[in-house]
Design a protein around this ligand. Structure first.
Ligand code: ACO
Length: 401
């Protein structure tokens, strides 16, 4: 086994691997995935079983603490998270400073970072009780501020957590309940959201998770590290893809629904356009999450009686890509984000909130990875480089340049 702390001794050799396509950055007990076989497991449990039989808080507990909770532990976890859902009222001043048009992910990153100011005590990872409290605090407050980014953009009053409802149901309440309009979410919708959050729970060393670990490796706090993860997730090549998928489907629809034209654009190497929601860095056969979510999308749309022309375009694109030599030869298949946006849209969640939904789901993964990194006493993340700039140059004062 490689002792990560001794790798420093080999620093005379530098391997260049842009995008870390073949470089491991850590050892981890959390998530196993096999891109060739399309396998995803959290702590050894198949994603298919977890999505079908567990709920999001149960899976969050599993990811973060390593074991599925007993009934008693799960109930305690829910209660303890609830305790921390109150967000300091002064945070509202920060929200008020943003324009209504601000992208929710930008606001979420800023608010998450601002939580540090209101919770300045850094957590001692070796103290089990302190770590447990930090986990509950993060799970509680993050859900509330995530929904506040939407309330702000709509000009609605901010909502508080409802102690009579579960975590995922609370998401719907925090988002949609208005003083004048009581809101009762459809259980099918709550169930689909629960599944979506589970499927997004963790995905080993993806861009945002590696960011959380990297930032945390300098011993920056949990909120600061997660704020950085939110920013990393925002990009359209990562979590932002779910918003980009819907925008792409809407554009195809607006332009007459000609999926073939967009297929041709995606294949044209002189055109920067990519078919959003297709391809994955690791899954080169199929994305097991996409399989589960495709089924859930069909169920939700059937239950809610949604007939969406966007869905017809999505199906057309999917079928065309699966038959196409360009996509086949490059192992480009629909990923989880190809379908998640279709569900979010059916649930009435606005497009620019899609990546926030991903962040809520990914939160337990970020916490678990941060905790593991600190518990393993990993060294500060500090990659090397191959310098390609000028050799030594003579300095000339500005009048001589
Ligand atoms: N549409 C068209 N061509 C594509 C696409 C796509 N969506 N994805 C990859 N390709 C092509 C590339 O142009 C390249 O072709 P080439 O070999 O002829 O040059 C080849 O497939 C390999 O692509 P890479 O970019 O090298 O693959 P990489 O592993 O670096 O990228 C990524 C993976 C970023 C996901 C990419 O497939 C992509 O941009 N997809 C669209 C965005 C997306 O859906 N992102 C969500 C990822 S999942 C998630 O974050 C949950």
């Amino acid at each position: 086994a490689i002792d990560i702390n001794k790798l420093r001794d080999l620093s005379g050799i530098i391997t260049l691997d842009p995008g870390y396509k073949n470089s491991g950055s850590c050892k981890s007990d959390i998530t196993f995935l096999d891109g060739e076989l399309g396998i995803l497991r959290y702590r050894g449990y198949a994603i298919e079983d977890l999505a079908e039989k567990a709920d999001f808080l149960e899976v969050s507990y599993l990811l973060i603490f390593g074991e599925l909770p007993t009934t008693k532990q799960l109930a305690q976890f829910e209660t303890d998270i609830r305790k921390y859902t109150l967000v300091n009222e002064e945070m509202k001043n920060i929200i008020d400073g943003f324009p209504k048009t601000a992208h929710p992910m930008g606001v979420l990153a800023a608010l998450t970072s601002a939580l540090t100011a209101f919770n300045p005590k850094s957590v001692n990872v070796e103290n089990e009780k302190e770590m447990y409290e930090a986990v509950c605090k993060t799970m509680g407050k993050f859900l509330v501020i995530a929904t506040w980014t939407y309330r702000k953009s709509m000009g609605y009053p901010l909502n508080y957590y409802d102690n009579t409802k579960g975590y995922v149901e609370n998401f719907m309440h925090l988002m949609f309940e208005l003083p004048t309009e009581p809101y009762t979410p459809n259980p099918v919708v709550v169930d689909a959201l629960d599944k979506l959050f589970i499927l997004h729970g963790d995905h080993e060393q993806n861009c945002s998770t590696s960011t959380v670990r990297m930032v945390g490796s300098s011993h920056a706090g949990l909120f600061a590290s997660i704020s950085a993860g939110v920013s990393a997730l925002w990009g359209p090549l990562h979590g932002g893809a779910n918003q980009a998928v819907l925008e792409m489907l809407e554009e195809i629809h607006r332009n007459g629904g000609d999926a073939d034209k967009y297929m041709a654009k995606a294949k044209d190497k002189n055109d920067p356009f990519r078919l959003m929601g297709f391809g994955h860095r690791v899954y080169k056969n199929f994305d097991p999450r996409a399989k589960i979510i495709k089924k859930a999308a069909n169920e939700v749309l059937a239950t809610l009686g949604v007939e969406d022309p966007i869905l017809a375009i999505a199906k057309k694109l999917e079928a065309a890509a699966l038959e196409d030599e360009y996509f086949k030869s490059r192992n480009l298949y629909p990923n989880v984000d190809f379908y998640s946006g279709i569900i979010y849209r059916a649930l009435g969640i606005p497009t620019d909130m899609f990546t926030v939904m991903f962040a809520i789901g990914r939160l337990p993964g970020w916490i678990a990875q941060w905790k593991e990194m600190r518990e393993n006493k990993e060294p500060i993340g500090r990659p090397r480089q191959i310098y390609t700039g000028h050799p030594l140059r003579e300095f000339k004062t500005s009048d001589k340049r």
